[in-house]
Ligand binder design. Structure first.
Ligand SMILES: *[C@@H]1O[C@H](CO)[C@@H](O)[C@H](O)[C@H]1NC(C)=O
Ligand SMILES: *[C@@H]1O[C@H](CO)[C@@H](O)[C@H](O)[C@H]1NC(C)=O
Ligand SMILES: *[C@@H]1O[C@H](CO)[C@@H](O)[C@H](O)[C@H]1NC(C)=O
Ligand SMILES: *[C@@H]1O[C@H](CO)[C@@H](O)[C@H](O)[C@H]1NC(C)=O
Ligand SMILES: *[C@@H]1O[C@H](CO)[C@@H](O)[C@H](O)[C@H]1NC(C)=O
Length: 422
């Protein structure tokens, strides 16, 4: 087993040599001290022979650069989970950069704001992720509106969520701003002025690792070329949540878009024009990704971790440890401190966090509070639409309104989805 693994590695190394020549000519625009290390610090870094083969910029003792993707869906608890990564001083964290790509690809003159070409959009998503993982933040300029001038922009989406983008060298105002984590979205640009994408790239290169959160990639299969890219050591954290909770949270956060649902919830009668397609595709995508991940195909092996938000909410420290172990990183003190401060065994602390940081005042957002927010009729409908997803991820269905409201009876089955291997 061990022997054949090494043989495969050697073969891969030989073919990578050829690929690297092509890659260099393709993308050599950004050269920095970490660039060489970036290329070498792939999945093959553990093999010393490989290290010898491409020893341009390798710094012994440094943990190899990790490319972490927090792969989630809207209102699945990804802001909170992203903060666990953002607290690590060696991680350059970006909160949903694909927002800008989607904006650029959306027909804003159409009333329904349609995406013009799904396949091209996914390609652009991957391009941007790859460029960010190699610390080329200038690539964002293709998508940010209004167009950045002199590589600076005031329109970087949710910049305040990223510690690196709001502290030196990017933010000249100085001061470590991690401690306060103010909830107001605009505090960072108020404090630091427009974002200089060149210095953001420099900051990215100076940090050892990169983590990106996205809710815009539908399925894990859409990321395959990135997991196979020899320049990256991609680690995908797939964050899932009970779709009934996701729906309840979306209804609270986007009340305009969910007006029909709210009428349904309030009156007990389903309006004809209620749109069931969004939650249906959320469920389908979530299940398809989980199925793919749990089947451990070769291109995803060791690169996929399934995390249920409910488990993270009930045992934040254990789950965070698991996430960091999977990513191959130490959980720094600052992460521990942040967890201790923002969560405790008391679930209300987590809801306090949601209250302060989410876009809406969702003050009772405990992991299972959705059970008080949705009518049984809606719950039953979602259960029918999402029954396979619920079964796959270990969420129990309810069969009466009484069962729905009985919070002492948890609907989250105990599950271990896979042992952590690296
Ligand atoms: C955008 O949507 C409008 C209205 O639906 C349509 O007339 C127009 O052709 C669309 N533009 C593109 C580029 O598809
Ligand atoms: C952006 O940062 C770079 C590198 O720190 C610097 O050389 C450049 O002058 C800055 N651009 C602006 C417009 O301040
Ligand atoms: C749990 O939260 C309640 C309400 O905020 C608070 O009064 C109580 O002290 C907390 N308990 C613990 C163990 O933190
Ligand atoms: C649904 O209705 C219940 C009871 O009327 C209410 O408490 C809850 O806030 C509503 N949920 C949403 C998402 O509006
Ligand atoms: C989900 O519902 C469909 C259609 O009613 C059914 O065929 C399928 O077996 C159900 N799946 C589970 C896991 O219950």
């Amino acid at each position: 087993m061990e022997c054949s693994w090494k043989t495969v590695l050697l073969l891969v190394c030989a073919s990578l040599g050829v690929q690297y020549t092509a890659i260099r000519t393709l993308r050599d625009s950004l050269s920095g001290p970490c660039q060489g290390a970036d290329r070498c610090q792939t999945r093959h870094h553990r093999d010393s022979r490989w290290r010898g083969l491409c020893d341009d910029g390798w710094t012994p003792g440094e943990s190899p650069r990790k490319h972490i993707l927090l792969f989630a869906t809207t209102r699945s608890g990804s802001s909170f989970t992203g903060q666990l990564l953002n607290q690590h001083p060696g991680i350059f964290y970006v909160f949903e950069p694909l927002y800008h790509v989607q904006q650029a690809f959306t027909n804003s003159s159409s009333r329904l704001r349609r995406t013009l070409d799904r396949r091209a959009l996914l390609g652009a998503y991957r391009d941007l992720l790859l460029n960010l993982y190699t610390c080329d933040l200038h690539f964002m300029e293709n998508y940010i509106r209004p167009e950045p001038q002199d590589h600076t922009t005031s329109s970087f989406f949710r910049r305040s969520s990223s510690h690196a983008l709001c502290s030196p060298p990017v933010c000249s105002e100085g001061g470590d701003v991690a401690a306060s984590d103010p909830p107001d979205e605009s505090w960072c640009s108020k404090k630091c002025g427009a974002l200089n994408l060149t210095s953001a790239s420099v900051s990215c290169l100076s940090r050892g690792h990169i983590a990106i959160k996205t809710v815009r990639v539908p399925e894990v299969g859409d990321l395959r070329t990135l997991t196979e890219d020899p320049r990256l050591d991609l680690k995908i954290i797939h964050l899932v949540r009970d779709p009934r909770a996701i729906l309840a949270s979306r209804m609270m956060a986007f009340s305009d878009q969910f007006r029909a649902w709210k009428i349904w919830n309030a009156t007990g009668r389903q309006p004809r024009y209620v749109d069931l397609s969004q939650i249906t595709s959320t469920c389908k995508d979530m299940a398809a990704s989980a199925e793919t991940g749990l089947q451990r195909p070769a291109w995803l092996r060791g690169r996929y971790l399934l995390v249920r938000y409910e488990d993270l909410a009930s045992k934040p420290k254990d789950k965070a440890t698991e996430i960091y172990r999977f990513a191959g990183l130490e959980m720094e003190d600052r992460v521990q401190t942040w967890i201790a401060k923002n969560t405790n065994s008391n679930a209300s602390s987590l809801s306090e966090w949601s209250y302060r940081y989410s876009t809406t005042r969702d003050s009772r957002a405990t992991a299972e509070s959705w059970r008080l927010r949705l009518s049984f009729d809606i719950v039953r409908t979602v259960q029918n639409l999402c029954n396979d997803t619920l079964a796959l991820l270990g969420y129990k269905q309810v069969h009466s309104a009484a069962e729905l409201r009985k919070l002492s009876h948890s609907l989250v089955e105990r599950r271990t989805f896979q042992p952590v291997t690296s």
